[in-house]
Design a protein around this ligand. Structure first.
Ligand code: FMN
Length: 288
């Protein structure tokens, strides 16, 4: 039995580390937006306590260059490709999904609903998912913020408008100050907080949503070990994505697979589905 392992969006560059990407069950791209984005000025990464703060600013080449220059190179890795799509309005999400819908190489579209300047109100999230659903028949995973007031209710709402799966969770908003100057350590002040400290929050989100909807869930947040992966599976995830850990330990997917073999919770279970998650395999099939 094996647990599908992915990278979390924005945490692995498959073209510079193909030897890592090819050990995953699917590769998730950094969020792509309709137009190119240069990203935020540095410093845009800081470590603080059990957290990492980032403010990359959705740096990406835009959907046009992504489709023509980046995606064909990713296809050569022969790993199913999940494309993370984002934007600043419903029409941006629709635009991305329309473009991605036409590309055979795209196995799954993951909607990043935590984009800068995007109102994270549940009504907005539902509107963005509806616009995306209208634009594509590809499997559509919706990535939610752990700051959502009632995440189970939002999970039900996005399921009702056609989401095929959930990716739980994105970063939490955080701020770290320089002890000497009391100035923010990131150029733009606040950033997204990720890493081990996020794990209990992410586990609670997966648990709540797994009890609310019958959708497959990718568990994301602070995973560093095989035990952490099993925790996510135990509360209802059917796959797990590795994020911040990839910066410290790029070969963590292979290490974690080894640790999973030793996990006592593997014993006595025939499949991921029997532990908790739904174990839907279709989203891990490479595009033709
Ligand atoms: C440097 C960095 C860049 C990220 N970029 C994206 C992104 O482009 N799109 C997205 O949906 N999430 C992005 N994330 C969030 C991760 O995909 C993940 O949801 C989050 O980091 C929590 O997982 P972790 O604690 O294992 O890192 C980024 C995270 C980091 C650390």
């Amino acid at each position: 039995m094996s647990v599908p392992l992915l990278n979390a969006s924005g945490c692995l560059d498959a073209l510079t580390a193909p030897e890592v990407a090819t050990t995953l069950d699917a590769f998730v791209t950094k969020t792509v937006t309709p137009l190119p984005r240069e990203g935020n000025p540095p410093p845009r990464i800081a470590e603080t306590g059990g957290w990492m703060l980032n403010s990359i600013g959705l740096q990406n080449p835009g959907i046009e260059i992504f489709s023509t220059n980046v995606l064909p190179r990713l296809v050569e890795l022969e790993v199913p490709i999940w494309v993370s799509a984002g934007g600043f309005s419903a029409s941006d999400y629709r635009n991305c999904c329309e473009r991605l819908d036409a590309l055979d190489a795209v196995a799954v579209i993951e909607l990043n609903l935590s984009c800068p300047n995007v109102d994270e109100a549940p009504e907005t999230a539902v509107e963005l998912v509806r616009a995306s659903r209208d634009a594509t028949s590809k499997p559509l995973y919706v990535k939610l913020s752990p700051a959502t007031p009632d995440i189970a209710e939002l999970a039900r709402a996005v399921a009702d408008v056609g989401a095929d799966g959930l990716s739980l969770v994105n970063t939490l908003r955080g701020l770290a100050l320089d002890a000497g100057t009391a100035r923010p350590r990131l150029a733009l002040g606040r950033g997204g907080a990720s890493g081990p400290a996020l794990r209990p929050i992410a586990l609670a989100c997966v648990h709540a949503c797994a009890n609310a909807v019958e959708l497959p869930i990718v568990g994301i947040g602070g995973v560093v070990s095989g035990t952490d992966v099993m925790d996510f599976i135990s509360v209802g995830a059917s796959a797990v994505a590795l994020g911040t850990v990839l910066f410290a330990d790029p070969f963590s997917p292979a290490r974690i697979r080894g640790e999973l073999e030793q996990e006592p919770r593997f014993r006595g279970y025939g499949s991921v589905a029997s532990i908790g998650g739904l174990g839907r395999a279709s989203a891990f099939t490479a595009g033709s």
